[in-house]
Design a protein around this ligand. Structure first.
Ligand code: HEM
Length: 335
């Protein structure tokens, strides 16, 4: 009996050890999954603090709208049931410079990374959005750190004593420093730049099989950048002038890929790119066919949201959820 009690006691203590272990691992998993503290209005407020409230998009304010279509591959249909992967679909796209400064010079380093947003137009007026930028990564892994980074940028003007808040942030967030200091040189054209979705999505096919992916958009014309001499010769609006000229001469094409996650790839941390060796599935070809009207009214009414998705695509990343709540605040403020 005593022996049994001792054994039971022993078992109990092992149970406690296991439960303590589980609670620790569970808590650390929760810590990774921690809910964002910043409210959507604070996210947009931090963008205004960094770039000014210019009653335009809080970020990626300067841009140009074009029209085209998307032709999916047979492979796309196999991994995702979304409408845009079943048949050819009209699309509206918008290329942009970084920051919320509407008249930023295309030639300044601050205008990197460039933005790309695409709206697929399905039957019956349904739409689905895809938003990317030209860097395969993000300065921080979560939204609260992004708000802190933007706030530190806004408080680290030329008069701030060193180390200023931004320099201190770089000390604790080396990936942010890499992001802000290792952007590509200015591109020759929006049509010769690769774009990356950065955040993760779950694609589900008609059989209910799901995969975690990140989007990549690769220019058929290849990637080309300005030489320092060409940069000196380029005006502050050279990108919009170039794309107008290019589209007048012919169509512009990109290939859209889904990079598949494998192993211990970070699904919920956009600051860590997945290895280039990961399998990529070509989802289709984007053909840009003409310039859109680009009236003030069109620009105001064109709104993208990372959460405007078609059945078969779901967000897999807390930052996307946060972004989905922040974008409408900026949209409302810029009407
Ligand atoms: C927590 C992180 C982020 C926040 C809070 C945020 C917030 C915003 C806001 C408020 C806008 C303006 C929306 C509008 O007025 O229409 C915007 C636009 C945009 N964002 Fe983000 N963003 C975040 C992350 C990202 C990431 C990771 C990317 C790229 C992969 C990205 C790419 C863009 C682009 C391209 C636009 C312009 C869309 C257009 O052309 O209308 N953002 N963002």
């Amino acid at each position: 009996m005593l022996k049994n009690q001792q054994i039971n006691k022993g078992l109990l203590s092992w149970k406690s050890v296991i439960s303590i272990y589980l609670s620790i691992t569970c808590c650390s998993a929760l810590a990774q999954e921690k809910k964002t503290v910043a409210k959507p209005a604070e996210m947009v407020g931090a963008l205004y603090a960094a770039f000014g409230n210019n009653h335009s998009r809080a970020v990626h304010a300067k841009g140009i709208i074009l029209q085209g279509d998307f032709q999916p591959t047979a492979e796309a249909k196999k991994i995702c049931m979304a409408f845009q992967y079943q048949k050819q679909t009209p699309v509206t796209i918008r290329f942009s410079d970084f920051t919320g400064i509407p008249n930023i010079a295309d030639t300044t380093g601050l205008s990197n990374p460039r933005g790309f947003a695409m709206k697929f137009h399905g039957d019956g007026g349904i739409t689905s959005d895809m938003i990317m930028h030209s860097f395969n990564g993000f300065p921080v892994g979560n939204t609260d750190d992004f708000v802190e980074l933007l706030t530190d940028i806004s408080k680290s003007g030329p008069d701030a004593p060193h180390p200023n808040l931004l320099e201190q942030f770089f000390g604790t967030h080396p990936i942010a420093k890499t992001f802000l200091t290792s952007q590509k040189p200015p591109t020759t054209s929006y049509a010769t730049l690769s774009f990356f979705g950065v955040n993760s999505f779950k694609l589900t096919n008609a059989k209910g099989v799901s995969k975690y992916v990140r989007y990549q958009l690769i220019p058929v014309a290849g990637e080309h950048f300005l030489t320092p001499e060409e940069l000196k010769m380029s005006g502050p609006d050279y990108l919009s002038a170039e794309i107008k000229d290019r589209i007048n001469k012919g169509q512009i094409q990109f290939k859209l890929y889904a990079q598949l996650s494998a192993g211990d790839d970070k699904i919920r941390d956009p600051s860590i790119a997945w290895p280039d060796t990961r399998q990529r599935i070509m989802l289709g070809t984007l053909t840009i066919k003409k310039l859109s009207e680009n009236t003030v009214q069109e620009d105001k009414s064109l709104k993208f949201n990372p959460n405007n998705l078609s059945p078969g695509v779901t967000i897999a990343d807390q930052m996307l959820d946060d972004r989905a709540r922040a974008y409408p605040i900026s949209v409302k403020n810029r009407q």
